[in-house]
Design a binder for this molecule. Structure first.
Ligand code: GDP
Ligand code: MG
Length: 715
């Protein structure tokens, strides 16, 4: 004989618990009181599948907080008696409200069955449920019951037996509370684990309750832990502008409302709250996507238009700075130290730092969309699309972060449940144009395209990246990572006014990553790459540059006519430029570029672009600093010509576009490679990514350049 199956019935008041309880146990029941409180305790027995079943009807509650005697009793029972399975009786005519309790039971990690009772009322109200999906989302079997007609009782018992015996295999979802709360939770949970309170309860749950200010848990916690929890709560309040209790509740409701949006259909739309009203427009089946695209377009336009004003200021600031450093040496001096400082350090890092305003605006925009709650909707809007490419709607968030930087984006794939989803997402993320590509676009787009074309050109690049990422994901899901997609559950927390502080922090965190890269990786890369362009030095030239330059300088000094002087100036610049080109061609960098030249010629690239592409390996934005070094060589004495104008003399708009396209698609930067290696746990994924992306970049750029050349007639 197996031991009796221990079942507890939980649910909101009037959800029909007692009715179901009576259906299950018939006359075999006993009514008493829970010790010490005037809360009725009903216990009963029945036999099902040759097994004794012991059923307890818990008091009706909406939550498992510690506010009322009923809640406390229900919670204490679940925690201490540890039933084999809890049947949460859901009022199916009002699922969103009823499911709140279910989420809290899930958080207690107790095996769960959901009884969608009042199925008759729900049907009369025009509600239909995708129970298969719901059951996967909540990690619990769902049985539809009509208590007062005795329908569904056996199915309920069967589901309870299945779950109790561990035969139901959808895992319970893990509710996530957003980066700030999660960070505090993790820290608190560590202290909880050390303090070893609450017996065998999960440390994370105890930490959550402490943040929620739960009295019953607080009384068990030592003073130091309480102080830590209060400090954490205060921090959260000051950053997010609301108490952790409210924020945590919002997330739970968000989870439920996301699940219901997906799996519950209503023939009569009933919109209530402000958030619902906003959602009616923003997540509208038809309007949703265009609104989303329009917002993205707006974001990128503002990033450009507004951002370029301070970029100009920074540009002149760096120009002054390099002039000031230059003037420490006598005019016309050939000092290597000066060249290193002016061209390597200031030129390289400055070329990247001046784009900080654009990056700040972009990140502020993303933070704004995230903190208001729109980003969660965006994921929801694209979920249908995401499913079409075989990805989970949740993959969208890492992908969006990918527009900022691939590194945190790849780390964000940790929220995905299956390895298949994780790897697929991780592998395509570098195709989403990260912030580091922005400097390349911002150099080339304004230099080569008329104002009216700048927005569309930029947008097209982002779009190509997205299309390729989608195609890549689809391909991966159809080949290496075949399998059914995970069910989607996207949290839809209420819209909220973001606090300036949270916006600032979120914007800054991402910008800081960019700055750190400029300060460390980029500085090192700039210096190394500058050295690669400066060494080895050419021992002797075919032409006598020194003699020719001296002669022209002498005639320049002697010339009295302005027109004549200008002529000499030009001759001087040409001479220096010619010598610089020879120097560069002789240098290590130039040699690598030249070795690459035949291979990249069909793409419309010369060896200088090849040289810069080598630099872009360190980080995408190095491409820009590398180009500025390549073209600044030999120009140190003249007024610094703007790089963009300089490039326009060398390349056509088609070539510029091809350069951007290649930079968009080709090999990710070393930091990305490293994080893919780490997060995927295997070298082969990293190499697959590098190979596939570089191959795709080559193929597509080749196509665009050759076709474009045919139509535009450029040589
Ligand atoms: P409890 O508070 O959760 O124990 O709820 P009860 O079992 O006392 O039920 C509350 C009311 O709902 C009673 O009048 C029941 O007859 C009624 N009821 C229970 N289940 C159903 C159902 O599936 N459909 C309908 N229409 N009414 C139900
Ligand atoms: Mg009752």
């Amino acid at each position: 004989m197996s031991r009796p199956l221990h079942v507890a019935l939980a649910g909101n008041p009037n959800s029909g618990k007692t009715t179901l309880f009576n259906n299950i146990t018939g006359a075999h029941q006993h009514v008493g009181n829970y010790p010490g409180v005037t809360v009725e305790k009903r216990e009963g027995r029945c036999r099902y599948a040759d097994r004794d079943v012991l059923v307890v009807d818990l008091p009706g509650t909406y939550a498992l907080t510690a506010y009322s005697a009923e809640e406390l009793v229900a919670r204490q029972f679940l925690l201490e008696e540890k039933p084999d399975v809890v049947v949460d009786v859901i009022d199916a005519s009002n699922p969103e409200r009823s499911l709140y309790l279910a989420v809290q039971i899930i958080e207690l990690k107790i095996p769960l069955v959901l009884a969608f009772n009042m199925a008759d009322v729900a049907a009369a109200r025009g509600l239909t449920f995708d129970t298969h999906l719901l059951s996967r989302l909540f990690g619990a079997p769902i049985v539809s019951t009509v208590g007062n007609k005795g329908q569904g009782t056996d199915a309920l018992l069967e589901a309870a037996r299945l779950v109790a015996d561990g035969q139901f295999d959808s895992p319970a979802p893990e509710i996530r509370y957003g980066p700030e709360i999660e960070a505090e939770l993790e820290r608190l949970a560590q202290s909880v684990a050390q303090a070893a309170i609450q017996g065998d309860r999960e440390a994370r749950w105890v930490a959550l309750k402490l943040l929620e200010n739960d009295e019953a848990v607080r009384v068990t916690a030592p003073a130091a832990l309480l102080a830590q929890a209060d400090a954490a709560a205060a921090r959260l309040r000051s950053v997010l502008g609301d108490s952790p209790e409210v924020l945590i509740g919002d997330r739970r409701y968000g989870f439920i409302s996301g699940a219901c949006q997906e799996a519950v259909r209503s023939s009569v739309e009933a919109r209530h709250t402000m958030s619902d009203k906003i959602d009616a427009v923003l997540t509208h089946r038809i309007l949703g996507l265009p609104i989303f695209l329009a917002l993205m377009y707006l974001l990128f336009t503002v990033t450009f238009k507004l951002g370029n004003i301070p970029v100009g200021w920074l540009e002149s600031l760096f120009a002054h700075f390099s002039d000031a450093v230059s003037s420490l040496w006598p005019a016309g001096s050939e000092s290597m130290v000066r060249a290193l400082l002016v061209e390597g350090v200031i030129g390289g890092v400055g070329g990247v730092l001046k784009f900080v305003p654009n990056i700040l605006i972009l990140f502020l925009g993303i933070a704004l969309l995230e903190d208001t709650g729109y980003m969660a909707r965006a994921a929801f809007i694209v979920d249908h699309l995401m499913h079409k490419i075989g990805l989970h709607g949740k993959s969208f968030i890492p992908m969006l972060i990918g527009f900022g930087c691939s590194v945190p984006a790849i780390m964000a794939t940790r929220t995905l449940e299956t390895r298949r989803d994780r790897l697929t997402t991780m592998l395509v993320i570098p195709l989403l144009s990260c912030g580091a590509r922005l400097p390349i676009y911002m150099l080339l787009v304004p230099a080569f395209f008329p104002t009216a074309w700048q927005g569309p050109v930029l947008f097209s690049l982002y779009l190509i990246g997205i299309v390729l990422a989608v195609g890549g994901a689809k391909l991966l899901r159809a080949t290496i990572f075949r399998g059914e997609p995970e069910p989607f559950v996207m949290e839809l927390p209420p819209y909220r006014m973001p606090t300036a502080r949270a916006l600032g922090i979120h914007m800054w965190q991402r910008a800081w990553m960019y700055l750190c890269k400029a300060g460390t990786m980029l500085l090192a890369a700039s210096v190394v790459l500058w050295a690669m362009t400066a060494f080895p030095r050419k021992p002797h030239y075919d032409r006598d540059y020194a003699g020719e330059i001296a002669r022209v300088q002498a005639s320049l000094a002697a010339s009295t006519q302005p027109a004549q002087a200008a002529q000499h100036e030009t001759a001087l610049a040409d001479l220096r430029q010619a010598r610089a080109s020879e120097d560069l061609a002789y240098s290590l960098s130039g040699r690598i570029g030249q070795a690459m030249a035949p291979a990249i010629k069909p793409l419309g690239f010369d060896w200088k672009i090849g040289t810069a592409l080598v630099g872009a390996l360190a980080a995408k934005e190095v491409f820009v600093s590398q180009l500025s070094i390549v073209y600044a060589v030999g120009h140190a004495d003249e007024s610094p010509e703007r790089l963009g104008q300089r490039l326009r003399l060398e390349y056509s708009p088609l070539q510029a576009y091809c350069i951007m396209l290649f930079c968009l698609i080709s090999t990710p930067c070393v930091a990305t490679m490293a994080v893919v290696r780490r997060e995927s746990g295997a070298w082969r994924w990293m190499f697959l990514q590098i190979g596939a992306l570089t191959g795709a970049a080559y193929g597509l750029t080749l196509l665009v350049f050759q076709v474009g050349r045919f139509f535009t007639g450029t040589p």
